[in-house]
Ligand binder design. Structure first.
Ligand SMILES: [Zn+2]
Length: 360
């Protein structure tokens, strides 16, 4: 026990310098050591304004913890614990700033340790104690914040992720998804604060909503009622000004209605955000002729990712513009319909209408 205590006390050669710092009330030494006074049972930081004790009553300790382990209480006047944690906090803050400025580089504890002259283990421990997360987790959350800012500023998902040091692989996309609580493209869409014009018309598949930004069609959806469609639009674009404009959108609506009947319709300008992977899948869907179907496996093969069947199905299910991107033409390998975002009965009806129209 005695041996342990002695280790925590300063070696004699340093003590003279520390005593001088105490006599000078040198604030530059605050946080480097504390001095404990045996006659009062109290320990202080070097700059404490109270009267100087006798040298013979003073013991130096490296940290408040050490003084307290030896039975001393912190001085209420100079609050030595605060002094120490101030320096610690400054160090942690500078590590945070460093991480923020190096987000696009791979971050290792070893490299942080060498920059801040600490052992990786010690750095990780003190950082986590102060910030609540590890340096790596902190870097990730900074990247996520940057992604959010980029998405709100209107950057594409791929660009926003890449720009924030995430790269653009699907693994990172999924990690971003779990951190954002929704897919990045949804987040981006939700953040659109522009005006969105929409119209609702009758169609062979029930009520159809078509919505557009200044740049193009951003949503095509089906439902049984206007209310459900309007609520869906509000959920998808919570920050947008939504304005119903039936007449102005009738040209585009007629084109989609014509495509539902299996007739050729002009391709509409689309304003949708996609990951690189979604874009590949969606592009591939537009090459499937009306009246024909492909399996999820075939689409996966066509885009050169034969193992990504499930990801293809997910990309189909996240299609924001029904019919305009014909995700209904992808079915299961065994001939079963597979899922459809707007209900399997609509998928079946669409395929039937297209087949009829394709007959000579
Ligand atoms: Zn004091």
């Amino acid at each position: 026990m005695l041996a342990t205590l002695e280790e925590q006390v300063m070696p004699n050669s340093q003590e003279d310098g520390y005593w001088q710092a105490v006599l000078n009330r040198d604030a530059a030494h605050d946080g480097r050591f504390v001095f404990a006074v045996s006659s009062t049972g109290i320990y202080c930081r070097p700059s404490c304004p109270s009267r100087r004790p006798r040298r013979t009553n003073v013991t130096f300790y490296k940290a408040p913890d050490d003084a307290e382990k030896a039975g001393y209480r912190g001085c209420l006047r100079c609050r030595p614990r605060t002094a120490n944690s101030n320096e610690e906090a400054a160090k942690i803050r500078s590590i945070c700033r460093y991480i923020e400025q190096h987000l696009d580089e791979p971050l290792t504890l070893a490299s942080l340790g060498s920059v801040f002259h600490q052992s990786p283990f010690h750095l990780q421990r003190t950082f986590k104690a102060a910030v609540g997360v590890t340096p790596k987790q902190y870097a990730d959350s900074c990247r996520m914040n940057r992604v959010k800012t980029n998405l709100r500023a209107g950057q594409s998902v791929t660009h926003a992720l890449y720009d924030a040091g995430f790269g653009s692989s699907s693994r990172l996309y999924e990690r971003a998804t779990s951190r954002l609580g929704m897919t990045p493209d949804k987040y981006r869409r939700g953040a659109i604060a522009a005006t969105i014009r929409y119209t609702i018309t009758d169609s062979p598949l029930g009520k159809m909503l078509l919505a557009a930004t200044d740049k193009g069609v951003c949503s095509i959806a089906f439902s049984g009622s206007d209310e459900v469609l309007e609520l869906g639009l509000k959920r998808e674009f919570p920050f947008a000004q939504r304005r119903r404009e039936d007449a102005n959108l009738s040209l585009w609506t007629r084109s989609i209605l014509s495509q539902i009947q299996g007739r050729a319709g002009s391709a509409l300008p689309l304003d949708i955000q996609a990951t690189a992977f979604q874009k590949k899948v969606w592009d591939s869907l537009t090459t499937i002729p009306a009246g024909q179907t492909r399996s999820y496996e075939e689409v996966a093969q066509q885009i050169g990712a034969p193992a990504a069947t499930r990801a293809v199905a997910r990309a189909c299910a996240s299609n924001p513009v029904a019919v305009a991107i014909p995700c209904h033409r992808v079915v299961r390998k065994d001939g079963a319909l597979g899922g459809y975002r707007w209900g399997p009965e609509r998928k079946q009806a669409l395929l039937q209408l297209e087949k009829q129209a394709a007959k000579p």
